[in-house]
Write a protein that binds this ligand. Structure first.
Ligand code: F3S
Length: 395
């Protein structure tokens, strides 16, 4: 990969050890994918924050980075950590875990990475415009940014996004190049999608069937931000889809005649719903994967009309800034009065969740990862159904 004189000097260590390490990471990545050069990124989003997933090795890596006191070159944000930084005891987190988690976050902070600890940085100020290059390492946010903001990012690892945050650059390959952003398959959505979980189900099926291909969805009557979040997260979880198009909105310019085409109809959607539907009473209901938006928290506060059943817990995950707004509007108080909990800084998958047998969630991404990451059997349903069951309605 071609390096400018200045980049060569960074690689020689003239700008400090952290920048040298960051350059080494980006060069290795660029060489592997035959990138010709590094390009400038407008922002970065860094995953690899939870002590549950990173362990002591993550602490060691970060200690190496922070020794030479690097600072971020571009606006950079942090993905969810392994616990709510204020209410970790309510999550049954152990003291040692909490201390190590706080240490990890402090090291990221010292580099200048904003400690939003959220997977929806695009709702919290880390946004860019169409065509901008960014370096994001949260898969659901990658798909969302590529597909809905028209920004260009590959599915980065936590380490490569951290290197990009420090250098403000990324190797030019993959989805940074227009020739790699062309649809490869057409999916006609004939099913009537009525809520974000329906979009998640369809996204989950597309990810499973098409792995990392770029789908062009047709006949989607409309899509809002909650639906888009669920669809992006599900596609990126069951497959590794990092970009999709929606005709009329983002895919209008493509010629799709020669592409393989499949149809998803009402029968397919019904089967998908049945595959994930709970057959017995869950002992925990989890909402907020990706993190809940303020509109979702408002909706929950309206739908929770009676206390949570004593057989089921209801945990909601969001970012701290969104919780603060929800608090000032009285939504948090209303929700908590009904016996639910709202946690920040963490998520259903990357926190060491206490032992539960069966979970119910409105997120296909959470339903996909909970059995392997947390050893909890998972089921999925719409937000409305999740809340009804949390309030005691029989499955
Ligand atoms: Fe976000 Fe965690 Fe889901 S990072 S997308 S809430 S698995």
């Amino acid at each position: 990969m071609y390096l400018s004189k200045e980049e060569e000097k960074i690689l020689q260590g003239e700008s400090g050890e952290a920048k040298r390490l960051a350059m080494k990471i980006l060069c290795a990545l660029g060489d592997f994918f035959h990138a010709e050069k590094l390009i400038k990124v407008e922002s970065a989003h860094v995953s690899g924050v939870s002590y549950k997933t990173g362990g002591d090795a993550l602490i060691e890596v970060l200690e190496n980075f922070v020794k030479s006191e690097p600072k971020t070159e571009v606006v950079s944000t942090l993905n969810p950590s392994g616990m709510d930084r204020l209410k970790w005891k309510e999550m049954s987190i152990k003291d040692d875990f909490a201390a190590k988690q706080n240490r990890i976050i402090k090291m990221y902070q010292s580099i200048g990475i904003l400690d939003l600890c959220s997977c929806i940085p695009y709702e919290l100020g880390n946004v860019a415009k169409i065509g901008d290059h960014i370096s994001f390492s949260e898969s659901s946010a990658v798909t969302f940014m590529n597909s809905f903001f028209g920004t260009h990012t590959n599915r980065e690892s936590g380490l490569s996004a951290l290197a990009s945050a420090i250098l403000g650059k990324t190797p030019e390959y993959g989805l940074h190049l227009p020739e790699n952003r062309i649809p490869e398959v057409v999916v006609e959505i004939e099913a009537k999608l009525t809520n974000p979980t329906d979009y998640g189900l369809v996204g989950y099926s597309i990810g499973k069937n098409f792995s990392s291909k770029i789908p062009l969805l047709q006949k989607v009557s409309s899509i809002d931000i909650q639906q888009a979040k669920q669809m992006s997260a599900a596609m990126a979880a069951s497959g590794s889809i990092a970009l999709f198009y929606i005709n009329e909105y983002t895919g209008g310019k493509f010629e799709e005649k020669k592409l393989e085409k499949i149809v998803m109809d009402q029968r397919n959607l019904k089967e998908l719903k049945e595959d994930f539907a709970p057959t017995s009473q869950p002992d925990i209901v989890m909402i907020g994967c990706p993190h809940a938006s303020i509109s979702t928290i408002k909706r929950i506060s309206e739908l929770l009309v009676s206390p949570i059943s004593n057989r089921t817990k209801l945990w909601i995950f969001t970012s701290r800034p969104i919780r603060l707004v929800a608090e000032s509007m009285g939504y948090v108080q209303r929700i908590e009065r009904m016996g639910a909990k709202i946690f920040c800084d963490t998520c259903p998958v990357v926190c060491p969740i206490p032992e539960f047998d069966l979970s119910l969630t409105d997120s296909l991404k959470a339903a996909h990862y909970l059995p392997t990451m947390s050893k909890i059997e998972s089921t999925a349903g719409s937000l409305e159904d999740c809340l009804k069951i949390a309030m005691g309605e029989k499955v």
